[in-house]
Design a binder for this molecule. Sequence first.
Ligand SMILES: [Zn+2]
Ligand SMILES: [Zn+2]
Length: 308
Amino acid sequence: MPDTDFFSSGDGVWLRCALHAHTTNSDGELSPSHLARHYERAGFDVLCITDHWVRTATPDPDHLIVIPSIELNATLDGTASDAHVLALGVRSDPVEPGRGFPNLQETVDWILAQGGLPYLAHPYWSGLRSDEFLGCKGLLGVEVFNAGCELEIGRGLSGVHWDEVLERGDKLFGLATDDSHLAGYESAHAWVWALAAERTAEAALEALRTGRFYSSSGPRIDSVELADDGVRVRCTPATTVRLVSSRFFGASVTARRMGDRSNARIVEETPTGEIVEAWLERLPSMAYGRLELVDAQGRMAWSNPLWW
Ligand SMILES: [Zn+2]
Ligand SMILES: [Zn+2]
């Protein structure tokens, strides 16, 4: 599991990553090269192209690393549900089965065998229950936020699904993604900041494999310091900073309004009262907590779970 030192270690380079996007090779509007240039212009460092059942490669533009990836379908045993699984950085092309998809565990096993990183896409949009992917061996994480699903039908936020498996001991990471099909409409809304050892595809994938990243639809997390009795976080101006833990537990502080201080306090604020540093207490019974920030525009950031 990641320690939090990577936030302030100064080792490596922060890469802004778009990890879920489609091209004309599946149901996206732009060609692979146009999509890559679009994300380059939007200020991204890494783009994983995740066409449905197609591993799309395209040359890197000058300032963007393109990582061929796939979005696969998987069945969930005993249900009619259809899970979508991101296969980031896989080295082989998929073979789409004629009828019926492999189940989730078989899909994750195949992704790992091809050197890829398996992440479950949009569980809320897919109508999944957390017990349907609980205990899946090798699954690295879930999309905590999928902007396309949010814009389309308001089911982009899967924080509850994530919390339910964390509470039961599955140490999954959380991604924020665009799931872009129509670049410019549902693109550059959500991304991952990964701290990679260097600016290469291999180093970016290693950061995504080991949890050296956080997710965002706006706010930046500048530092996280974990202590036995709590966590200190510095960030761009936020209106709410929370530590989400297992049921009944956690901490939260909200800017400006009196009284919204639950096991937490503002250490430093802007002249207009927004939070730039907060302290959140850990109760001894909390095995973990994940940071969640909200800014004045309602945009959010999500840390991976911090395990004590
Ligand atoms: Zn999908
Ligand atoms: Zn997709």
